[in-house]
Design a protein around this ligand. Structure first.
Ligand code: PEP
Ligand code: MG
Length: 545
């Protein structure tokens, strides 16, 4: 069999996807700074480009309002107004009249606006810089006759091949159209991988030189189970993978017999499997897969893909919707965990050399009280609709959780003053994902109502190995004794203090780890909705100690 066309990578989302490659290369936008002699011809070339820009953007805005809502459409329509703004077009046209080519004029004028916007004290004005970047790129693409593919609108049966998939891009993917994902970077625990799993799209990450090996339109097989990508398969290979795909789908069917069953070990110890979700609509997946609640709602995804933070009312509505759908089952909502590999253009993040060790998650929230208080107030108000647990990410010292508790108490007093109600049984817990928190788990256990072990970060911080870097993937293992000892100690400390402990990192659904977790005494597993039934089946095979 020909194996030259088979490329290895990291199998990051299970399943077999067969489809046509859509290679998304960042467009090359460099140009010669030519002086023009016929300035009126250059001027009409520029005006024609503006017309095309307006037409394209109007079409995109229409599509956006149908698929993602009016807020996104309004942002695009705002771009049209900026390009048509007389001040901006006068600046560009006068440069062209003095002999600059249209590319140079557009580029320089946009850069000037970007510099002014970026240095403003006003947050809204600073956001305009990102819009301006986008406009500059779009205008140059038309001037240079470059094509771009909108990831939201790719055809059914496409395999996306891209250097790096960012979390906000993944949010925009229509899972019905994407047969598979291939990237050149990223590891199994990066957020793009987690989202690919949540969408149940087979994905293989960190395939070396994928973008030079795969051409647009090539037939590609993505094997997310073994982590291989086959380009232009032979008939024999196609047949082999069709069989593998059918077997995988059959197994998924068989798992359905675990729907409605309790989660118990072979000797009858009852456990609980909750779910990790990223947006309120995912709660439907929790119910469909018989999850026993929500163990992690990553709220940061609600803040992405838009150009201002959701208001208190919008957040209240989202949290309320999840709590109501879960009908009094536990719903663990994690406060904003931004930073690391998840960025939000409109939030004022300093440029950092080491984002994972920097101003992220609770560190950022405690420094941005208004944003944090808005989220906490929405959570408190939503608490009357179900069994809410508030979970704080990236805690690394006791003072942080005490400060959060203090703030929650202040906000409760504020709500009392306004006559707004909240539940008196909200639980407050923390993610155990920094070595410092885990090593002092006995101290934290006296301060909070529950722990949830976040192995995705805990492994990277314990092993000093970036969770998204394929070159250090050999270090990134939950089975390293250092990580296992921390997990064991966290569980023991929680139980000594009489509080429950769960795990919401990706390792919670790792079949090889489950026996150990049961031996250590873990109470709750929180996994992707698509992993509930197989985790229940895996637990059922194990005898507890
Ligand atoms: C974790 O770190 O294990 C976790 C669940 O959080 P995230 O992947 O969002 O960092
Ligand atoms: Mg984490």
């Amino acid at each position: 069999m020909n194996t030259d066309n088979r490329n290895k990578g990291i199998g990051a989302s299970h399943g077999i996807g067969i489809g046509k490659a859509v290679v998304l290369k960042p467009p090359e936008l460099s140009f010669e700074k030519n002086r023009v002699t016929d300035t009126s011809e250059e001027l009409s070339r520029y005006r024609q480009v503006v017309k095309s820009f307006v037409g394209n953007t109007e079409t995109l805005a229409k599509k956006a309002s149908e698929s993602v809502g009016d807020a996104q459409a309004d942002i695009l329509r705002g771009h049209i107004l900026i390009v048509q703004d007389p001040c901006m077009s006068d600046n560009i046209e006068s440069m062209i009249k003095s002999g600059d080519c249209a590319e140079e004029a557009v580029s320089r004028v946009c850069d000037r606006y970007i510099a002014v916007f970026s240095s403003s004290d006003d947050e809204l004005t600073r956001q305009r810089a990102a819009d301006m970047e986008d406009i500059k790129k779009q205008l140059l693409m038309i001037l240079l006759k470059k094509q771009s593919t909108d990831i939201r609108n790719i055809e059914k049966g496409s395999v996306i091949c891209i250097r790096e998939l960012t979390p906000s891009m993944t949010v925009g993917i229509d899972k019905n159209n994407v047969a598979g994902i291939v990237t050149e970077t990223g590891g199994a625990a990066c957020h793009a991988a987690i989202l690919a799993r949540a969408l149940e799209i087979p994905a293989v990450l960190s395939v070396k030189n994928a973008l030079s090996k795969i051409r647009d339109g090539d037939r590609v097989i993505v094997d997310g189970i073994s982590g291989s990508v086959t380009v232009s398969p032979t008939d024999e290979e196609l047949c082999e993978y069709e069989k593998k795909r059918k077997k995988y789908l059959l197994d998924r069917e068989e798992l359905k017999k675990y729907i409605g069953k309790r989660t118990v070990t072979a000797d009858g110890r009852e456990l609980r499997i909750l779910c990790n979700i990223g947006k309120p609509e995912d709660a439907d997946q929790v119910t469909a897969n018989d999850g026993e609640g929500v163990g992690l709602f990553r709220t940061e995804f609600m803040f992405m893909d838009r150009n201002s933070a959701p208001t208190e009312e919008e957040q209240l509505e989202a949290y309320r919707a999840v709590l109501l759908k879960m009908k009094n089952k536990p719903v663990t909502i994690r406060t904003l965990d931004i930073g690391g590999d998840k960025s939000i253009p409109y939030l004022d993040f300093p440029k950092e050399d080491n984002t994972y060790l920097g101003y992220r998650a609770i560190r950022y929230c405690l420094g941005n009280r208004e944003l944090f208080s808005t989220q906490l107030r929405a959570l408190l108000r939503a608490s009357v609709y179900g069994d809410l647990r508030i979970m704080i990410p990236m805690i690394s010292c006791i003072e942080e959780i005490r400060e959060v508790r203090g703030l929650i108490e202040e906000l409760k007093t504020e709500l009392d003053g306004k006559g707004q109600s909240y539940s008196d049984s909200i639980k407050l817990g923390i993610m155990m994902e920094t070595p410092s928190a885990c090593i002092t788990a006995d101290l934290f256990a006296k301060e909070v109502d529950f722990f949830s072990i976040g192995t995705n970060d805990l492994i990277q911080y314990t092993m000093a190995a970036d969770r998204g870097n394929a070159d250090v993937a050999y270090l990134y293992s939950v089975f390293n004794p250092a990580v296992l000892r921390l997990i064991k100690y966290v569980i023991e400390s929680a139980h000594s203090a009489g509080i429950p402990v769960g795990m919401c990192g990706e390792a919670a659904s790792d079949e090889r780890l489950i026996p150990l977790l049961i031996t250590y005494g873990l109470d709750e597993f929180s996994v992707l909705p698509s992993c509930v039934l197989q985790t229940r089946r895996n637990i059922a095979k194990i005898l507890s100690p």
